[in-house]
Design a protein around this ligand. Structure first.
Ligand code: GAP
Length: 529
């Protein structure tokens, strides 16, 4: 049985409704009924996605000297996909019903019917299960044997229809990195070990796109290929990284069908040779796990690592570990981390007749490098962040989206208390200053402040600023002298409110941008400002 069903605080349909209502994401071509597997990202969705991608880029490209970026074409020479093995082997098992010829993805059908993970099942095992349990779809039998269905999305290139040549929309961003590996190593003067990363769209002709943005036909990937000499060890694998604690669903627990997770450390997984987690693989698994929990703010209880069982390993992989998130439909893959060995570079060397060897200065020898590949879907990443953050706060009477400030679409909302009497002018000035400081700000001038707080909570804004009459140093005629003095002392300050605690305090206008920056980075506690 698939282990640990989540406490569903919101189901998938309601999450999709929330995302549409708030402008995070909706179906592409919605007014025409949409198109299965394709989505458009609205104003908040695009900000959230950009923040997630920028956070990654900062951590894994800008902060490091050994990783560089690229932006490859979505359509490339089709020979790339022949060499990589995608043309011949990339796809899923297809079940077709006998009468109505309904098409189903075989592993998903088994998951739904028998409530067991389908990832690890091969065609023969699925056929046996169908026979053993006499499985049907809407009373219909299936055509057997199971068919292979290519996941490649094709297109045609060229103006002359008779000579048009077939090409593919890339099913992964990775394959535009491998053929560029030598050019990039040379032009960016990289020595082994080093990585090339990119963020971009990928396309798959999924048989059954489903689970909101979890399985789309167009999606975005954040992928990195980290190249190292096959005989080298990762010198960056510190004891601190080895001590990273996590829960893992091992291949054995899946083979034995116990599905019991064990608590362990990256160090223990690395020591036990049966996991085939070499030093570079261990390093990247630990790096990602720590980044997701410490920087992005995903809670360890919402994550698990899952080792791929032998039969489900992709054609290129020696060992793969997924980091799964606890989505409304249970633990599912958010990212995969594969040891691709030298499969891809060797294939491209053979097919293109271009040498892919490189000299390693430290190892003093030439080799085709091995590769560790962390690969994450932006939509699944975004869905995890949104699902974890979603809270129906009964006390406040509104939804609160508890996003880590670093990923929140807006870091701060600005409210002039009323839309007159000089308050909008001050609010605009602050707004402009924060924008100049690269802080994402939402200006909201309508409704009561309580309503504006609720709206900000619902879209995950961590801090709100209210510009009131005290900001202008004004008081009411009937205020006591003491109150008047207090209000005057508040001149050039605004109220700042923390979403998490609801606490409020006043801050000087001249300090706002520095304070917001420090709050967002987690460098200062709200109580201490
Ligand atoms: N280059 C390796 C690769 O593409 P994958 O496991 O097929 O491996 C990597 O995909 C990641 O891309 C997954 O962990 C997932 O986050 C995302 N992904 C894959 N297929 C997807 C789909 N149909 N819709 C949304 N995200 C998808």
């Amino acid at each position: 049985m698939n282990s640990e069903k989540p406490n569903v605080k919101i189901n998938l349909e309601d999450l999709a409704t929330f995302c549409k209502k708030k402008g995070f994401v909706f179906q592409a071509g919605e007014i025409y009924g949409g198109l299965a597997g394709f989505f458009d990202f609205g104003p908040l969705g695009v900000e959230l996605k950009n923040n997630l991608k920028n956070l990654y880029w900062k951590e894994f490209v800008q902060k490091r000297e050994d990783i560089v970026g690229q932006d490859g074409a979505i359509i490339t020479n089709p020979k790339v996909w022949k060499a990589s093995g995608h043309v011949d082997t990339f796809g899923d098992m297809l079940l077709t019903t006998k009468d109505t010829k309904t098409k189903l993805r075989a592993d998903h059908f088994i998951e739904d019917e028998l409530n067991m993970p389908g990832d690890a099942l091969g065609p023969k095992e699925i056929e046996d299960l169908i026979v053993k349990h006499n499985l049907k779809y809407n009373g219909e039998d299936f055509e057997l044997p199971i068919q292979f269905f290519s996941g490649m999305l094709n297109t045609q290139i060229g103006a002359d229809v008779s000579k048009q040549s077939k090409a593919y929309l890339r099913p992964e961003t990775a394959q535009s990195i491998f053929p560029n590996f030598k050019i990039i190593a040379e032009t960016s003067r990289q020595q082994l070990p080093f990585g090339i990363t990119q963020i971009g769209k990928a396309y798959r002709n999924e048989i059954s796109p489903r689970d909101f943005v979890f399985r789309c036909r167009e999606f975005e990937q954040i992928e990195m290929e980290y190249f190292y000499h096959p005989e080298s060890v990762c010198e960056e694998l510190t004891q601190e990284l080895l001590d990273t604690k996590l829960k893992i669903l091992t291949a054995k627990a899946q083979d034995d069908e116990t599905f019991e997770m064990i608590e362990t450390t990256i160090g223990d997984l690395h020591k036990d040779e049966s996991y085939k987690l070499n030093t570079f693989h261990a390093y990247w698994l630990a790096k990602y796990y720590n980044w997701l929990t410490n920087e992005v703010g995903l809670k360890p209880e919402n994550l698990r690592v899952r080792q791929h069982v032998q039969t489900e390993l992709s054609h290129y992989s020696n060992a793969t570990f997924d980091i799964d998130f606890k989505y409304p439909m249970g633990f599912k893959e958010m990212l995969g981390m594969a040891n691709r060995g030298n499969f891809d570079l060797t294939q491209h060397q053979q097919h293109s007749k271009t040498k892919m060897e490189i000299f390693d200065e430290k190892m003093k020898s030439k080799a085709i490098p091995n590769v560790i590949e962390p690969s994450m879907g932006v939509e699944r990443f975004m869905m995890a962040v949104l699902y974890q953050g979603y809270e129906d706060d009964k006390e406040r009477g509104n939804i609160v989206l508890n996003l880590t400030p670093k990923v929140a679409p807006y870091k701060v909302a600005i409210f002039p208390l009323v839309n007159k009497a000089g308050l909008p002018e001050v609010a605009r000035e602050i707004f402009n200053e924060l924008i100049d400081e690269d802080i994402e700000v939402l200006y909201d001038k309508s409704g009561s402040v309580g309503k504006r707080y609720a709206r900000a909570d619902e879209i995950g804004i961590p801090f709100c600023l209210t510009i009131d009459f005290e900001t202008l140093g004004q008081s009411n005629e009937d205020d006591s002298e003491e109150v008047k003095a207090e209000k005057l002392a508040n001149k050039d300050s605004v109220t700042i409110r923390d979403r998490v605690t609801g606490k409020q305090t006043r801050v000087e206008i001249e300090n706002i941008s520095a304070i917001i920056k420090n709050l967002v980075k987690g460098k200062v506690d709200f109580d201490l400002i």
